[in-house]
Design a protein around this ligand. Structure first.
Ligand SMILES: Nc1ncnc2c1ncn2[C@@H]1O[C@H](COP(=O)(O)OP(=O)(O)OP(=O)(O)O)[C@@H](O)[C@H]1O
Ligand SMILES: [Mg+2]
Length: 625
């Protein structure tokens, strides 16, 4: 029998049924296509899920549909999207209720009468007044096959319950939904990673800024020789780094505890202002008092604002960021930034940087204070040393004064007495100049005064005084100084060196007597002054330590300072001292380097310019050329 004449089997679908089925298939494939292209086109997960769930409810004619995502940590399903009902957040524990069981087993569940299924939980119906009959739930599985959620549809609108076809549609769409969720998560994690990278980059840039600033500060503080220099360097760099209009440094004076505030405007970084303030006066003094940082947006309306402090800044104050400078027991002061550009307060990063800078500045200030204290104590020690040297050298003028006073006692000649008086007054000048030396040193001033000295005059003065020294000793004095030489040195100091050497020589020849010889001449560019004697020579045991302080031998009442003073004086002139000694005597040689003269005639007076006094006693007074 031909196929067309054959009667249809009794259970064969009717033409209408076939047409409906075809239309349905078309709808399903259209829906899947739509979802598929939406998947490639939109990245908004909610839009995609809404589309999927909408298509699903439409295709399988469900009353409502819910998509749950699995919260793995809490072991809960959380509703992400609901169709056909008011949106509320629903949480279902994994293993509980139909959706919970699907999440747990990873297998779909289809039931036609919910109330007759033990796994169904009625709470939701009770709560909402809804009546659930048929249910279909399928897991959402990602590309690894792991359940990441559940789609659940309720109440098939026509017929008794959901069909195999419905289950197939749900399976297909839930695969699409899982892909969408996966994609979106991937995308989100990429965005997050990207953001993390950007954040890290920003943080790194800030760290680099901080490190650069700290490095610059480290260098600036090391170079600073005064608190003002330190404040200028720190405040200008800090204000620039944090985009502040100005910055201030408050320091408590080491000894008095007085507060001094240094302020700088970023626009005028060379103009540091210094004012004294009281504790609690203005922001920094309050931070210092409370030992607590502040960060405020509107400084003018803050109780710590003081018109006579912040009101006088060379810039308008808006935001304020300030931190105390850590000291050992209490803060050393405070540091602050003012008026960040823009409407924002100073950032947490600025606060962190300020904290680092304040630690850096605290250390610098502490070092400053310590070095000032050390300098002071060093100066006191040096003053003590200098005083002992000066008092030591008082001996010469004292001896000379006492010699002239004795001469005056036995002298009726008015002229002679006048001359002795003049000599005594000269010795007082020398004492006064020594006293001045100590006082000038105490004030931190330079005390070597190198001048042009005419050797003829210089040595005739020395000779006169040494004559007083040798009086009463079995010592002959001989002075051989080139009278034409003009050299540069500190007269008073070099005279003291010569007296010290001569006195040692006289003391060495005390017993056996002998000759003290002074010589002066040029050796190349050096002025060389020699002091020699015919005594027993330097005692062996001290030869190596001769020029050290307190080294003395074979003398009663010797302090051992004389030669140390000689060495110091010579070195102050950039010169050297040497000694040669035998059992027949000792010779000390002082060398003073001289600058090269410009006229090519080294170190001597031009002929005919020297006026020599007719009297052997009064010194020559050469006219200066
Ligand atoms: N010309 C010299 N001949 C022999 N010994 C000398 C001579 N000059 C110095 N000395 C030795 O060197 C020592 C140190 O001399 P120095 O002038 O430093 O101290 P002092 O003379 O002992 O004491 P002061 O000068 O402080 O009163 C002397 O004690 C002496 O022993
Ligand atoms: Mg001596």
């Amino acid at each position: 029998m031909p196929l067309s004449q054959r009667p249809p089997p009794p259970d064969a679908p009717s033409f209408d049924e076939l047409e409906r089925a075809l239309a349905r298939e078309v709808r399903i494939s259209t829906a899947l296509k739509e979802v598929g292209s939406a998947l490639g086109a939109t990245l908004d997960l909610d839009d995609l899920l809404e589309l999927i769930l909408g298509k699903l409810t439409e295709l399988i004619e469900a009353d409502r549909a819910t998509l749950y995502l699995l919260d793995e940590q809490r072991k809960e399903l959380v509703s992400r999207l609901v169709v056909g009902e008011q949106v509320r957040s629903i949480r279902i524990r994994v293993g509980h209720g139909i959706a919970g069981v699907v999440a747990q087993t990873g297998r779909p569940i289809r039931i036609s009468d919910a109330y007759s299924d033990a796994r169904f939980e009625r709470d939701w119906d009770v709560l909402t007044g809804y009546r659930t009959t048929s249910m279909l739930a399928a897991p959402l599985k990602n590309h690894l096959g792991r359940t990441i959620g559940v789609i659940q549809v309720l109440n098939k609108q026509h017929g008794v319950g959901f069909t195999d076809d419905d289950e197939a549609i749900l399976a297909a769409l839930s695969t699409q939904a899982a892909v969408a969720i996966d994609n979106s998560r991937l995308f989100l994690s990429l965005i997050q990673k990207n953001k993390q990278l950007l954040d890290t980059k920003e943080q790194l840039e800030l760290k680099v800024r901080d490190l650069e600033l700290l490095f610059e500060l480290e260098r600036a503080t090391a170079r600073a020789t005064s608190v003002e220099m330190l404040a200028t360097a720190v405040l200008s760099k800090l204000a620039r780094a944090c985009q502040a209009q100005g910055a201030s440094l408050l320091l408590a004076e080491d000894e008095t505890g007085d507060l001094v505030q240094y302020t700088l405007a970023a626009s005028d970084p060379d103009n540091l202002r210094r004012v004294g303030v009281k504790a609690g006066d203005g922001f920094l003094a309050s931070v210092f008092l409370d030992d607590e940082a502040v960060n405020v947006l509107d400084g003018r309306n803050d109780s710590r604002w003081k018109e006579h402090v912040e009101g006088r800044f060379p810039f308008e104050v808006s935001s304020v960021l300030s931190a105390p400078l850590d000291g050992d027991a209490k803060p050393l002061g405070a540091i602050g930034l003012f008026s960040r550009s823009g409407p924002q307060p100073f950032s947490a990063e600025d606060g962190e940087l300020l904290r680092l800078v304040s630690a850096n500045v605290s250390t610098a200030v502490r070092l400053f204070n310590a070095s000032r204290a050390r300098e002071k104590s060093e100066r006191l020690t040096s003053i003590g040393r200098l005083l002992s040297q000066v008092i030591h050298d008082f001996k010469t003028p004292m001896t000379v004064i006492s010699g002239y006073v004795q001469l005056m006692q036995d002298c009726d000649d008015v002229d002679k007495r006048a001359e002795y008086t003049e000599q005594i007054l000269r010795q007082f000048d020398s004492l006064t100049s020594m006293q001045r030396e100590v006082l000038e040193f105490a004030r931190g001033e330079r005390t070597v005064f190198v001048r042009r000295v005419y050797l003829k005059k210089f040595f005739s003065e020395i000779t006169r005084q040494l004559e007083q020294e040798v009086q009463g000793h079995p010592v002959e004095l001989e002075v051989r100084a080139d009278p034409k030489i003009v050299a540069r040195f500190d007269e008073g100091r070099v005279a003291r060196a010569i007296f010290n050497l001569s006195r040692n020589a006289i003391e060495a020849m005390q017993v056996r007597g002998g000759r003290l010889t002074l010589t002066a001449g040029m050796d190349g560019h050096d002025l060389v002054i020699g002091v020699s004697d015919t005594g027993p020579g330097i005692p062996r045991e001290i030869e190596g330590r001769l020029f050290q302080s307190f080294v003395t031998a074979g003398k009663q009442g010797g302090t051992g300072l004389g030669l140390a003073i000689v060495k110091k004086i010579v070195e102050e002139h950039g010169g050297t001292v040497s000694v040669s000694s035998t059992s027949a005597g000792a010779r000390f040689e002082l060398r003073f380097p001289q600058p090269e003269p410009k006229d090519g005639r080294p170190f001597s007076l031009p002929a005919g310019t020297t006026k020599t006094s007719t009297s052997g006693d009064s010194p020559a007074s050469p006219s200066k050329t």
